[in-house]
Design a protein. Structure first.
Length: 268
């Protein structure tokens, strides 16, 4: 998904509208605001890939990654949406080709300012937005939430006693993800504290679990949603005669995934 983001940025660069020019000449922040991806095949370390980004409508792209420098199978199919967020008053109108993408916020949807009632998630984790997750001064980038999605799943599994390390050592299982999405709902700023929750929403054919991530910051005494995400997660067998096949989720693993909430994780 990081490669899909980069492919869209490259599309703008090839047209002379890279992030550097858009920001310094027009005061606009080229920002990914929504991405969803299917990962139908394995991509391994040292594989070469080709990324093709196609604009389907203003600000909406399809991205396809193929291995073998473009001659191999498709390893990712994604939809990526972008916006040009007004960061500075440059006093110069944006180019006509991208004027329709200019917005005052990276938020997607119509519920940006609606408070969200507290729910009982399977796991919750609080963290402080670091500067290296941010873009254009102080606003967290879409890629920062991709990292949060990766980390909250890792922390959830460890909290339930089925950490990635344990499953790899004891069973030879390694995580695989076949579908993921991250969507921005409101702007969040550097050094704000984010509460990220994760909830298992479904088990799929005894080989995958579907989960939802929600990120909130507290403002004015209420929790305001800033991002949401989904992930379809399972395990591949890494050794033996069944290497490369999906592992079946046994009773112990299912109980760990769907059991009552346990400790709440936190990070300073």
């Amino acid at each position: 998904m990081y490669l899909a983001e980069e492919a869209v940025l490259a599309w703008f660069r090839e047209r002379g509208l890279g992030p550097h020019r858009l920001y310094h000449e027009y005061g606009l922040g080229l920002s990914v605001v929504d991405s969803s991806a299917l990962l139908p095949a394995v991509l391994e370390v040292d594989d070469e890939v080709r990324a093709d980004a196609t604009e389907e409508s203003p600000g909406r792209f399809t991205v396809r990654l193929r291995s073998g420098a473009g001659s191999g199978p498709s390893v990712l199919r994604a939809t990526v949406r972008v916006a040009l967020v007004r960061e500075l008053d440059a006093g110069v109108p944006p180019p006509d080709a991208v004027a329709g993408l200019v917005r005052t916020s990276a938020a997607v949807g119509s519920t940006v300012d609606d408070p969200v009632a507290e729910v009982a998630p399977d796991f919750a984790w609080t963290w402080r937005i670091p500067y290296f997750y941010c873009q254009y001064g102080d606003r967290i980038a879409h890629a920062g939430y991709l990292r949060a999605l990766e980390e909250v799943v890792d922390r959830f599994l460890a909290d339930r006693g089925i950490s990635v390390r344990r499953m790899l050592d004891e069973r030879g299982w390694i995580p695989v993800v076949s579908r993921a999405r991250v969507r921005l709902l409101a702007d969040a700023r550097m050094e704000e504290t984010v509460r990220t929750t994760f909830t298992v929403t479904d088990l799929v054919r005894d080989v995958m679990f579907d989960g939802q991530m929600d990120c909130h910051v507290q403002r004015g005494g209420v929790w305001v949603p800033v991002a949401t995400g989904r992930i379809l997660h399972g395990y591949a067998i890494s050794r033996g005669s069944r290497a490369g096949q999906l592992a079946e989720l046994d009773t112990e693993t299912v109980r760990a995934l769907t059991g009552a909430p346990t400790a709440v994780g936190s990070r300073p």
